[in-house]
Design a protein around this ligand. Structure first.
Ligand code: ZN
Ligand code: ZN
Length: 519
């Protein structure tokens, strides 16, 4: 992770979390907000953790990095083009990739909280948290930070042992972004090949679209703005040699669904004709409010509106948390199979190009987009066992968007600060002393989840090993689930009352009268 530096530019910052559709205004608030904060925190942590220095890698190069043993050598060998600066991170990354000798321990060192932030410690922190597992048919990774340049996402993915990864190509929360520089583009392409993310025609890299973009937008000016940004992203993908591009289907903005799908199909078709290789991939959603993409049938309807000749340029990404929240049982083997059968029947399994692997803090069918760490939510480890052993998912990128806060609660503000360059320094300053206590974003959590998921391949779900893991993770999330369940039950109750009120003419009237009387 050399990455992170949020400090500077708005370039693609953020990682994780949850992606929701801003365009829709609906509930976004609490959930989204917290998520965002988290993400920022994320970066922050990374940055603080890893480099500070590394910032403009292209420019400066604090050479003399001590440490780095053999890695340095290997790294430097490969590395020439890029000015030394990145050395720190980069090297470690390379090392990982290249030298299997490494400790390889899957265990992510949870935040090695920096005790001293000397260069040495920084370097230590930049050491890989886990080595990539080779030879698997399942390509698991996470949505990593691309702060300070898209190529940093590669280092970040390497750092956590990811065999696939997602990133933002530009700030996901701003309309205006600097163009992709040739330098960053070349560095990305070079590293992708060097680090072996190039396999399968770079289909293991899955950029995530901006939260601002709603291709189903009904307002003309806004639609144009959304389309421009979307097309710009697709072009960035092509410049980077990336074949897949994940985005949210958008929101109806309270217009009839068929009309919204019509607008979406039209924009999408146009974007496809204006590009040549990248495949836009629509993500399944939780079905909240006016969000499009909760039901699989909506994708079927959308595809029907797009000329067949373009169908090989369209994909679907299943987000486990979203689809579960939308009402699809992915937990029981039977439900999981039924879901995929329905997918195949309505859409066609050939359209499935990627997965987002997230557990759900909110209950089944709640239509809430709340990502939980693998095995701790309502999906539970069983669902992920289904996923990791599904032959139809072989070769597809599987991206974690799970929370990586090290300590619960707080620190959110700090997180947001990290997004502004200036603050960063201050932040760092305070971080030092084993301030390790505060909440920090810990990519080591992803490193661990990746290994966990990979370990499920071929594991007997009825065996002791699985049962023990399942129980342990379930216990970790028990409190959160109980809390969320209560909230959900309360909401269902409230909705029922509202409905009853609306229905019963008598009752409705009565309450109205009461209100008047009260006045
Ligand atoms: Zn989400
Ligand atoms: Zn997702």
């Amino acid at each position: 992770m050399c990455v992170s530096h949020n400090d500077e530019e708005p370039q693609a910052t953020e990682p994780k979390g949850h992606k929701r559709n801003l365009s829709q205004g609906t509930d976004a608030s609490p959930v989204r907000r917290s998520k965002r904060q988290r993400s920022s925190t994320n970066l922050k942590e990374l940055s603080s953790k890893e480099s500070d220095s590394e910032a403009d890698q292209h420019l400066k190069s604090p050479e003399g990095k001590p440490k780095q043993t053999k890695k340095t050598q290997a790294a430097s060998a490969t590395k020439k083009a890029a000015p030394k600066k990145k050395t720190v991170c980069q090297e470690s990354a390379e090392v990982k990739a290249e030298s299997d000798a490494e400790p390889e321990a899957p265990k992510p060192k949870p935040a090695r909280k920096r005790v001293t932030k000397t260069k040495e410690s920084k370097e230590t922190e930049a050491m890989p948290l886990a080595a990539r597992t080779k030879g698997l048919k399942m390509f698991v990774g996470a949505h990593v930070s691309a702060a300070k340049g898209v190529f940093n996402s590669i280092h970040n993915s390497e750092q956590i042992g990811g065999n696939a990864f997602a990133l933002f190509l530009k700030s996901q929360r701003k309309w205006d972004n600097p163009a992709l520089s040739d330098e960053h583009r070349d560095e990305f392409r070079k590293l992708c090949t060097e680090k072996g993310y190039d396999a399968a025609a770079r289909r293991h890299v899955l950029p995530h679209g901006s939260y601002l973009v709603n291709l189903a937008q009904n307002d003309e000016a806004k639609a144009k703005q959304a389309y421009t940004s979307f097309l710009d992203d697709l072009r960035r993908c092509e410049a980077l040699g990336i074949k897949l591009y994940n985005f949210h289907p958008g929101s109806t903005n309270q217009t009839p669904l068929p009309e919204a799908l019509g607008r979406l199909a039209k924009s999408l078709t146009k974007a496809i004709t204006e590009t040549s290789t990248v495949i836009p991939v629509l993500e399944t959603m939780c079905g909240h409010g006016n969000t499009i993409g909760g039901q699989l049938s909506e994708f079927k309807d959308l595809l029907a509106l797009i000329p067949k000749e373009h169908h090989d340029r369209i994909g679907i990404c299943i987000d486990t948390c979203h689809s579960f929240a939308a009402g699809y049982d992915l937990v029981t083997p039977k439900g999981f199979k039924a879901f995929l059968d329905e997918f195949d029947e309505l859409i066609g399994i050939r359209f499935l190009k990627a997965l987002h692997l997230n557990d759900s803090k909110a209950p089944f069918g709640s239509k809430r987009d709340l990502h939980a760490n693998i095995g701790t939510g309502f999906l539970g480890l069983r669902a992920f066992h289904n996923v990791m052993n599904e032959p139809r998912f072989e070769g597809l990128p599987m991206v974690l968007e799970t929370p990586i806060d090290k300590v619960e609660g707080m620190d959110e503000d700090e997180g947001s600060e990290s997004e502004t360059g200036a603050k960063k320094k201050g932040k760092k300053a305070k971080r030092p002393a084993g301030a390790s206590a505060a909440t920090v974003q810990d990519p080591g959590i992803w490193a661990k989840e990746i290994k966990l998921l990979e370990s499920l391949i071929g594991m007997d779900p009825e065996g002791e090993e699985f049962k023990a893991l399942e129980a342990k993770l379930s216990e970790e999330g028990r409190e959160t689930r109980e809390k969320q369940q209560q909230q959900y039950d309360k909401k269902v109750e409230t909705d029922k009352k509202k409905e009853a009120k609306a229905k019963g003419p008598g009752k409705g009237q009565k309450s109205l009268m009461d209100m008047m009387k009260a006045k």
